[in-house]
Design a protein. Structure first.
Lengths: 248, 134
């Protein structure tokens, strides 16, 4: 194995660059080093102005998502040695505006997320004093997969629909809506459906499937969206055929 | 309530018209979408065929004559390729879009996929029997 590997890192310094530019660096190549370790080496040893987000280094926090050789990846879980002999191209996550270097602006997602009401909605006034909600292992299993989302935004970076139409609610938000819809304790599916049945909701999705491919937590947002489409279609048919009193 | 959002100045990257040619999965996706046009073409072609059959022997013969023209042969050959792509990709997507439960257990994707191909074979065999043997 070579002693070092070339990293081509996209830099964007709003005061210096009119647009993002690739800058070449050389970092030590060690079997246990991830792309994030390479970036930290650059920052510590070569250029302290390089800016990027990271926190936990173990695929939990979802902060260090970047495009590595064109693919959205968690850089803490992507090993430099897999790209030897290099170069490794590191760019900010696709489809988001770039604030500086590898840092993207995810305000759009932060505004969309509460619109799908990703929390447990109840139609009664049960409080914790009344006791906990009982849930069987089967009921937990129904939504558990969708609850693994860490909001890393890789699915948004992989989704061409979101890239072309930023109004699209997007994979993670819809998967989270599905997570609460499938929760036996929740009663809020009607409220969420009102948001997601819109054109910019589930119907924006054309089932490219890349969101599921890149998800580091195996959440399967594409599956969630298609299941939601079925549900939305059934509701539309019901609304068309049944008198109001019989719907639900 | 959520805190007011502060917008920071940022650089908006543009997506090129040919975003779909650089990545295999995007290319396949666009081809799958494009295949719908050929599905529509075969529907129209089948309706034209039915109309020709209904129109008597002469119109039927004219239809068959036209069907052997090089242009139509190429269009239909390309169309068939896209139709196969359409079928294969849609079959592959079904288990991802649907959760089927039998006796409380989730039906595995491979079983759903196999069931679709079996159904396709049965329907094809019936059509073959109807057109050629009956």
């Amino acid at each position: 194995m070579d002693d070092s590997i070339a990293m081509q890192v996209t830099r964007y310094r709003p005061d210096k660059n009119s647009q993002p530019v690739p800058v070449d660096y050389e970092v030590p190549l060690r079997t246990e080093w991830t792309v994030l370790d390479g970036l930290n080496h650059i920052k510590a040893e070569q250029d302290e102005t390089l800016s990027f987000r990271w926190s936990c280094r173990m695929g939990i926090c979802g902060s260090c998502g970047m495009n590595v050789n064109g693919e959205p990846r968690l850089t803490c879980a992507t090993f430099l040695s897999d790209y030897a002999p290099g170069p490794v191209r590191v760019e900010p996550l696709a489809n988001f505006p770039v604030v500086k270097d590898l840092i993207v602006d995810i305000t759009d997602f932060m505004e969309k997320l509460p619109r799908v009401k990703p929390w447990i909605i109840r139609d009664d006034d049960v409080t914790e004093i009344d006791g906990e909600y009982i849930q069987t292992p089967e009921e937990l299993e129904a939504y558990q997969q969708f609850s693994m989302c860490i909001n890393c935004m890789l699915c948004y970076a992989a989704c061409p629909v979101y890239g072309l139409d930023p109004d699209f609610v997007g994979p993670a938000a819809i998967a989270l809506a599905e997570r609460y819809d499938l929760d036996s304790r929740d009663r809020g599916s009607r409220e969420r459906l009102d948001v997601l049945i819109e054109k910019e909701g589930v119907w924006g999705c054309t089932f490219v499937g890349e969101c599921t491919s890149v998800c580091p937590k195996h959440v399967d947002p594409a599956g969630a969206i298609q299941r939601y489409k079925l549900k939305a279609a059934q509701e539309s048919v019901k609304a068309f055929l049944l008198p109001k009193a019989l719907r639900r | 309530m959520s805190a007011p959002v502060t917008r920071v100045p940022s650089y908006q990257r543009r997506i090129g018209v040919f975003w779909w040619v650089h990545k295999r999965s995007y290319f396949l996706f666009v081809m799958r979408e494009l295949s719908s046009i050929f599905v529509a073409w075969f529907v129209v072609y089948l309706l034209m065929f039915v109309a020709a059959v209904a129109g008597g022997q002469q119109r039927y013969d004219e239809f068959l004559d036209r069907a052997t023209s090089p242009l139509l042969l190429v269009v239909n050959a390309v169309g068939l390729a896209f139709l196969v792509l359409h079928t294969v990709t849609w079959f592959a997507l079904t288990p991802k879009a649907m959760v089927l439960r039998l006796g409380g257990r989730r039906v595995p994707g491979t079983a759903m996929l196999a069931a679709q191909y079996v159904a396709l074979a049965v329907v094809s065999a019936f059509i073959y029997w109807l057109v050629v043997k009956a």
